[in-house]
Design a protein around this ligand. Structure first.
Ligand code: NAD
Length: 507
């Protein structure tokens, strides 16, 4: 049966108005079949969602911290209890394997748990007797309705980088998830309702550029948290700030893993596989370039090649699949085109993903040959300037670049326009320490290939991977979703008073 996905406004589902609303297809990537359609919001639906968020704001920001925290704890319990259902929804529209979908939910849940500590996180500071009889203290207050615009690759985790802290701090939310996999957001909205969140605090509108543009210009939206590709992140940042909003816009990536000759090559090979081909490479923290410091490249490429042959590619709902299909046919075709361009540019195609065996169907017939398949692919002798090196491919394509020294590898990484994540593999503590100091990338792994920070640190890249100065979640998240106020107070004391037109000083 074909599903019809609509907006969630004021605690209920609302279909797009009009006799011919714009809609998008939703696919099952493992079969290539259309499984439903999603309404695309027009101006009226976005305005209704913002109005719902604006209407709910006064009561929610004034709800006690204890009340808000109770709802957060309830949400955490429901999310944890129903994570398998949410994971199945993600698998059915994204294609990633079930265990990986559970992994993204777990990383999102971490942020919910962090936000449960909001009483501690919102504590201000207090200075007694800053001046005679005068106390000074700071408080942090919610912004108002905030917008979250998320990409297809983490339908649950990326929104959860933002909304738990936004809601806990007293803001109200309009989430615009990716139109490619919109159902997870609705499942989450229902969990919030069940958790006791008042209607209107959390709203979901579906759509494309029309809805994003309306959120960016709407005067009642106070901040925008965006995650997606770099060109759109730049656009969202420039447009949102032009409309006077605070904006954090996380963009694309090209993550390098530097392998020094002294490293454990089996660990490095395992890590390259896990970080290169997990979620079919559709992760902003995927490793897409392996920088091998000679003389180890031949041995390392051989170990990676052997491991790639063992990977099972099949439907995400099959328990034994290591890697699922890509998200859409259009995206699969774009990724596949890099195999031709890499060859044309002179790279060596060591493993051709087009030839990888695909488990087409399990007993339930959950995958077919029409799914959006591409097996893991390995290029060697890749060089800057080739399109496989320059572009963010966002698929299961790993490129090996050979360099002769640590310095050459570092220079390569630092010259790249992106700066999301990187990793060094070595047994030399001094080299690792030098790397963490010298590399111009926001998130660094030392013998850890996907260094996504835990919830009490913050997530964010440098350079073309992030626009704005605020990273996601952690302390940055609390800061982003609140604004500071400093209060200077004196309770009347008869010994003070009198006229003094000079600038107040502390005495
Ligand atoms: P995308 O940029 O195509 O879409 C992201 C969001 O922007 C979606 O909600 C989409 O509807 C909206 N959008 C698309 N085109 C738009 C336009 N012209 N104007 C306004 N809004 C528009 O990204 P995607 O394909 O969904 O996701 C993959 C990208 O996201 C990759 O580049 C990946 O690196 C990046 N990403 C980055 C991070 C990070 O933390 N830096 C995390 C996850 C994904």
């Amino acid at each position: 049966m074909s599903k019809h996905i609509t907006h969630w406004i004021g605690g209920t589902l609302v279909a797009t108005a009009g006799s011919a609303p714009r809609r998008g297809d939703i696919f099952d990537p493992a079969t290539g079949k259309v499984t439903g359609q999603v309404d695309f919001a027009g101006i009226a639906e976005v305005d209704a969602a913002v109005s719902s968020a604006a209407g709910a704001f006064a009561a929610w920001r004034n709800a006690s911290v204890a009340k808000r925290t109770t709802v957060l704890f309830n949400f955490r319990e429901l999310l944890n209890a129903r994570k398998d259902e949410l994971a199945a929804i993600i698998v059915s529209e994204h294609g990633k394997v079930h265990s990986d979908a559970l992994g993204e939910i777990a990383r999102g849940q971490e942020v919910v748990e962090y936000a449960c500590g909001i009483p501690q996180l919102l504590k201000g500071s207090f200075t007694e007797q800053a001046s005679t009889g005068v106390d000074v203290y700071s408080i942090r207050q919610a912004l108002g309705p905030v917008a979250i615009i998320s990409p297809f690759n983490f339908p649950a985790m990326v929104p959860m980088w933002f909304f738990p802290i936004a809601v806990a701090a007293g803001n109200t939310v309009v989430l615009k998830p990716s139109e490619k996999n919109p159902s997870a957001a609705l499942f989450i909205a229902e969990l919030w309702k069940e958790a006791g969140l008042p209607d209107g605090v959390f709203n979901v509108v579906h759509g494309d550029k029309v809805s994003v543009d309306r959120l960016l210009e709407h005067p009642d939206i106070k901040s925008v948290s965006f995650v997606g590709s770099t060109p759109i992140a730049r656009y969202v940042y420039e447009t949102g700030t032009r409309y006077g909003k605070r904006v954090q816009a996380l963009g694309g990536a090209k993550n390098h893993m530097l392998v020094l000759p002294d490293s454990d090559l089996d660990l490095a090979a395992d890590s390259a596989i896990n970080a290169g081909f997990g979620a079919a490479g559709e992760r902003c923290m995927a490793i897409s370039v392996l920088v091998a410091v000679e003389p180890i490249a031949d041995e390392l490429v051989d170990k990676i090649k052997q491991r790639m042959a063992t990977l099972k590619v099949g439907p995400g709902c099959n328990g034994d699949s290591d890697m699922g299909p890509l998200v859409t046919g259009v995206h699969r075709d774009k990724v596949t085109s890099y195999l031709d361009s890499g060859l044309a540019d002179g790279a060596e195609l060591v493993v051709d993903g087009r030839k990888h065996p695909i488990t087409e169907a399990d007993a339930n017939g959950s995958g077919t040959a029409d799914g959006f398949w591409l097996g893991p692919t390995l290029f060697d002798h890749v060089k800057p300037g080739m399109s496989v090196y320059n572009d963010e491919i966002f698929g299961p394509v790993l490129s090996v670049v050979r360099v002769s020294s640590y310095e050459e590898g570092l220079e390569l990484i630092n010259s790249n326009p992106y700066g999301n994540g990187t990793a060094i593999f070595t047994n030399d503590g001094g080299a690792a320490r030098r790397f963490q100091n010298e590399v111009e990338v926001g998130m660094v792994g030392i013998n850890v290939p996907i260094p996504v920070p835990v919830a009490y640190y913050s997530f964010g890249g440098w350079k073309a991977s992030l626009f704005g100065d605020s990273h996601a979640y952690g302390e940055d998240g609390v800061h982003f979703f609140t604004r500071g106020k400093a209060v200077t107070s004196r309770w009347l004391d008869p010994s003070h008073g009198g006229l003094n037109l000079g600038f107040p000083t502390n005495a």
